[in-house]
Design a protein around this ligand. Structure first.
Ligand code: MG
Length: 382
């Protein structure tokens, strides 16, 4: 299939940090995706929390299944818009590699621990994983991914961190976060992954929320996007109840958002007429919802925030998870021999090494380490 001139072309890639000969059968972005799938950090996503802790149930989303859903949505949309599917897939599968155990609770706790030492931010950590932390190749640290994949992984970046990255890699992936940068957007493939992430978690968190018993279908009637498709499902299948009604409403809601993104983005592209990726990067984001869908998606997001992410039962586990991270951080800083830190060979500070180590943990490994170091059993895990 011929892609659009404003799609990322692997033959025109800005390349890898360490030059490598081309692969005989795969494009550069397909190769990036394959490296991500084979990485250690990718396998850890199986045991990392999305919203519900891994041991709370076998059917809740984890970071891994979330990432697969983002990749699926992203690929479908990319194919229709004639953007690069391999690149979308690579970015989607890597976008959460830097997440700590215990989801956002873990990230907030680790960021607080690192307040005096440069902070902790999961997007930047995802980039650190693929640039520095994976140890798989004889010649370099990290996975040596191409610029376009790394650009997509670095979704947000503080100005301080951007300046630091730019000092190591001039005109690199952090350039667009600098004050005087002319760049306004990443590639369309990267923009698409952001939106696919949003569509995926809004939908699967409804499913997981209802499955957990913390959300009810009645409550969800407050949410216009879901309610529209619940009523539409019932008008076609009046007997539908329970899970099948939930799934049918979510399925229709997902399709509506996908078609909305395709239509709105096509209209934005038609209006802006980018001729190449350079023009995409100098324009405001073009992969968007229509305005009405943006409002409805925002409403759903606020609904989930108020009723699920801030649910007392979720908050209670959140607090316990944060204590684990805080205790682990203190324990490793006090006694670096507990995690094989070697000051003489380390290229980063003790605090950063501790943050990298904790961020890489799965939920259950963090809970086990916490028990080993403090003697407390915070969660019952097997
Ligand atoms: Mg995500």
């Amino acid at each position: 299939m011929t892609l659009q001139p404003y799609a990322c072309d692997p033959a025109q890639s800005r390349g890898r940090r360490f030059a490598e000969p081309a692969a005989p059968t795969r494009t550069e972005f397909a190769r990036d995706r394959d490296r991500i799938v084979h990485s250690t950090a990718f396998r850890r996503l199986v045991y990392k929390t999305q919203v519900f802790l891994n041991h709370e149930g076998d059917l809740f989303r984890t970071r891994l299944t979330h990432s697969l859903e983002v990749a699926q949505l992203g690929r479908s949309i990319a194919r229709t818009l004639k953007l690069n599917e391999d690149l979308v897939e690579a970015i989607a599968l890597a976008h959460d590699l830097g997440h700590t155990p215990f989801g956002h609770a873990g990230q907030d706790a680790l960021n607080a621990c690192m307040a005096e030492h440069g902070g902790f931010e999961h997007n930047l950590q995802s980039l650190r994983v693929v640039d520095d932390l994976e140890e798989r190749y004889p010649q370099y640290n990290g996975l040596n991914l191409s610029f376009e994949t790394r650009e997509g992984i670095l979704k947000h970046c503080s100005r301080t961190n951007a300046k630091h990255l730019e000092s190591i890699e001039p005109n690199g992936v952090a350039e667009r976060f600098l004050e005087h940068s002319k760049l306004r957007s990443p590639s369309l493939e990267a923009q698409l992954c952001n939106l696919a992430d949003n569509i995926a978690y809004n939908a699967h968190d409804i499913d997981d929320g209802v499955r957990s018993g913390l959300l009810s279908l009645e409550q969800l009637s407050d949410c216009s996007l879901f309610e529209t498709y619940r009523l539409e499902s019932l008008s076609q299948y009046p007997q539908l109840t329970g899970r099948r009604l939930l799934f049918e409403a979510i399925r229709r809601m997902l399709s509506a958002q996908v078609y909305d993104v395709i239509a709105a983005t096509s209209a934005n592209i038609e209006q802006t007429q980018p001729q190449n990726t350079a023009q995409v990067r100098q324009s405001k984001p073009m992969v968007t919802f229509s305005e009405p869908m943006r409002m409805q998606s925002g409403e759903l997001n606020r609904f989930l925030f108020a009723n699920l992410y801030r649910h007392p039962q979720v908050m209670e586990t959140t607090e316990r998870a944060q204590n684990i991270v805080v205790d682990l951080f203190a324990a490793y800083c006090n006694d670096p021999t507990q995690f094989q830190f070697d000051e003489k060979t380390s290229t980063v500070s003790l605090h950063r090494a501790v943050a990298d180590y904790i961020a890489g943990m799965t939920d259950r490994f963090a809970a086990r380490e916490h028990e080993r170091l403090t003697g407390q059993k915070v969660f019952i895990t097997s």
